[in-house]
Design a protein around this ligand. Structure first.
Ligand code: CTP
Ligand code: CA
Length: 228
């Protein structure tokens, strides 16, 4: 299918990326979701493709266009996202940038839930979704050489990011403060700190495109370093 041999720092590498939110249905007209535009994950997919990688992007529901030169798989729920990721493996690099809903409704309703006139809201019982990053990061067989996650936090950024690095078996965590006043959610800029076992690197406030470029450069250097 690829007629020309790609060039660039990620030539010959396959990169699997998740992006966007997931939607967890409550009933046919309502859902639970995270705030996520998909801008950061999509920008990473575009940057990896420009760097010569074969890129698969598993995207939740977003309104932004597909990045150029990328295979895009669209999903709705966290469980569909996990399935698509597992089907897309193996990959040299996995970057899990999606804002996955932590919970789904345990038993979604096939019919629209109606107000019953009592003034009492219905009780939703929730079930925890699978952790896609942790699943990929701790694969016994076929784990990507590099696994990158994000940590969206509103407090204790670095402690929480370090804990996620450990718990999910990631090589890097891109930690960002998503407090409402930062404007990161839905905005075009991002201030991130890159957490690895080697320490923490503070990056300046950059456009999401520039964060993507820089992350791709770090990944290419790390792969080259480890002789991959
Ligand atoms: N993630 C995932 N699957 C989930 C939840 C999170 O793949 N079910 C990934 C995200 O894509 C991100 C990283 O895990 O790369 C961290 O997501 P975050 O929501 O910050 O972490 P959680 O483990 O869900 O912890 P919490 O929301 O309680 O802070
Ligand atoms: Ca979460």
């Amino acid at each position: 299918r690829r007629l020309s041999v790609a060039s660039g720092p990620l030539a010959g590498k396959s990169v699997l990326i998740t992006s966007g939110p997931t939607h967890e249905p409550i009933d046919p007209v309502r859902y639970i979701a995270n705030r996520s535009s998909g801008k950061q994950g999509h920008a990473i997919a575009a940057a990896a493709a420009r760097a010569g990688a074969r890129v698969t992007l598993v995207s939740g529901p977003v309104t932004i266009p597909d990045p150029a030169g990328v295979r895009v798989l669209r999903v709705e729920t966290a469980r569909e996202m996990l399935q698509a990721v597992e089907a897309a493996l193996p990959a040299d690099v996995a970057i899990m940038a999606a804002a996955v809903a932590d919970w789904r409704v345990a038993s979604g309703s096939g019919q629209k839930i109606k107000k019953d006139g009592s003034g009492k809201p219905p009780a939703l019982s929730l079930a925890e979704n699978p952790d896609i990053l942790a699943t990929v990061g701790t694969l016994a067989e076929g784990r990507p050489c590099l696994v990158v996650g994000f940590a969206a936090e509103t407090q204790n950024l670095i402690d929480n990011a370090r804990a996620k690095l450990q718990r999910k078996g990631a090589d890097f965590i891109v930690a960002n403060d998503v407090s409402p006043e930062t404007g990161v959610m839905g905005g075009d800029a991002n201030t991130v700190r890159l957490v690895s076992r080697d320490g923490v690197e503070d990056w300046p406030t950059l456009s999401k495109e520039d964060v993507a470029e820089r992350l791709v450069a770090v990944i290419a250097a790390k792969l080259a370093d480890s002789g991959e």
